[in-house]
Design a protein around this ligand. Sequence first.
Ligand SMILES: Cc1cc2nc3c(=O)[nH]c(=O)nc-3n(C[C@H](O)[C@H](O)[C@H](O)COP(=O)(O)O)c2cc1C
Length: 194
Amino acid sequence: MISARFDDLSALEEYLWEYATRGVRLSANAMAWPAFGTSGPMGPAVRTVAPRRIDRQARIIDFHTDRRSPKMVHLETTPRVSWMAFDEELGQQFQFFGAASVHVDDEAADSLWADQAIDDLEFYFKRLAPGTPVDAPESAIDIDSVDEATARANFCVVRTIVDEMIWGHLHEEGEYRARFQWRDGQFEGQWIVP
Ligand SMILES: Cc1cc2nc3c(=O)[nH]c(=O)nc-3n(C[C@H](O)[C@H](O)[C@H](O)COP(=O)(O)O)c2cc1C
């Protein structure tokens, strides 16, 4: 069966946010574990992270991370970021671009800390910072020696305010692509050559 093609940019814009939100809430698609890109001193750096909160009205994608992790230095120097997910089943690539901010002890960080299941917070009960060399494979998670206040201090939220989205569809009848740019308070959509 040939899959549906989008021909309406407004419906597509709606779909992009709906798709991303479904990924975050239900782990139901490729936006549950997309690649998150920053710019480091050696060039682009990309890693998998799990977006935890999406607010379409505010154009927000939030995830949480360790304040001590190397990506934080990248964000300090270059607070522009990108997200990328490829849904193999649908043949669709999703890219979100935007400005990033780091939230340590404000409402954004407190509310996400309070929302998360303990399994998602155990990563912050780490004796050592992410990236620290160790003699043998280990996580450095140590619930007994790291107290909750320390774990909370290791935790922060990285917020992306999305200002551009690019979506591509490898369709049976021909590939096509669209870009949305935030201008004057709304996303302006445009079909672009893949
Ligand atoms: C499926 C999956 C989900 C992950 N989710 C997160 C996450 O939500 N936050 C995070 O900081 N790291 C997450 N990681 C680990 C990152 O990919 C990365 O290794 C870590 O954040 C250190 O990145 P950095 O050295 O670039 O700072 C995840 C890894 C995988 C494989």
